[in-house]
Design a protein. Structure first.
Length: 149
C-alpha cells in the first residue's frame, strides 16, 4: 500500500538528509492520515484514494509554482517543483496522447456515443477507467475533439 511505502521512504529520506524529499513526503503522509481518520474512512486508506490525494498535491504544486513564477519568485517555484517531482514518482505513468485517444475511442464505442450530447456518458466511464493514468483536462479535451465539439 502507498501509505506504508511513503512511511518507509520518509525514513530513508531522513537518513539520507534529503530535505526536499522528507518535506514532500511528510506533507503527503499528513494528508493520508487525515484521510484515514476522516469520518466513515474506517481507519483505512485504499490506494485509489491515496492516488487521488497525490494527484491533487501535484496539481496544487504546479499551480503554486506557476504563481511563484508569475510573481518573479523563481527560487520558490523551483522548490515547489522539486517537491512535485518527488510526489509524481508515486503516480502511475501517464498515458501518451496516442494512448489516451485510443482508450477514449474504445470507451466511445462501449457507451455508443454518437455526438456531443453523449459527452457526459463518455466522461463518466473515462474518469473511472483512466483515473490516475491521464489528466482530467486532457481527457475532457480529447473527448470533445473525438465527439466533434
Amino acid at each position: 500500500m502507498l501509505f506504508e511505502q511513503i512511511s518507509r521512504d520518509i525514513l530513508a529520506a531522513m537518513k539520507a538528509k534529503d530535505k526536499v524529499r522528507t518535506l514532500a513526503l511528510r506533507n503527503v503522509k499528513k494528508l493520508f492520515i487525515e484521510a484515514k481518520t476522516a469520518p466513515g474512512a474506517n481507519d483505512s486508506l485504499e490506494d485509489a484514494a491515496a492516488l487521488k490525494i497525490l494527484q491533487k498535491l501535484v496539481k496544487q504544486g504546479e499551480d503554486t509554482a506557476a504563481l511563484y513564477t508569475t510573481n518573479g519568485r523563481a527560487d520558490l517555484a523551483a522548490e515547489e517543483m522539486a517537491q512535485v517531482e518527488v510526489i509524481r514518482a508515486y503516480l502511475p505513468k501517464q498515458m501518451s496522447v496516442e494512448e489516451l485517444e485510443a482508450a477514449l475511442k474504445e470507451i466511445i464505442v462501449k457507451v455508443g456515443a454518437t455526438g456531443p450530447r453523449d459527452m457526459g456518458k463518455v466522461m463518466g466511464m473515462a474518469q473511472k477507467e483512466l483515473s490516475g493514468k491521464a489528466d482530467g483536462k486532457a481527457i475532457a479535451d480529447t473527448v470533445k475533439k473525438l465527439l466533434g465539439m
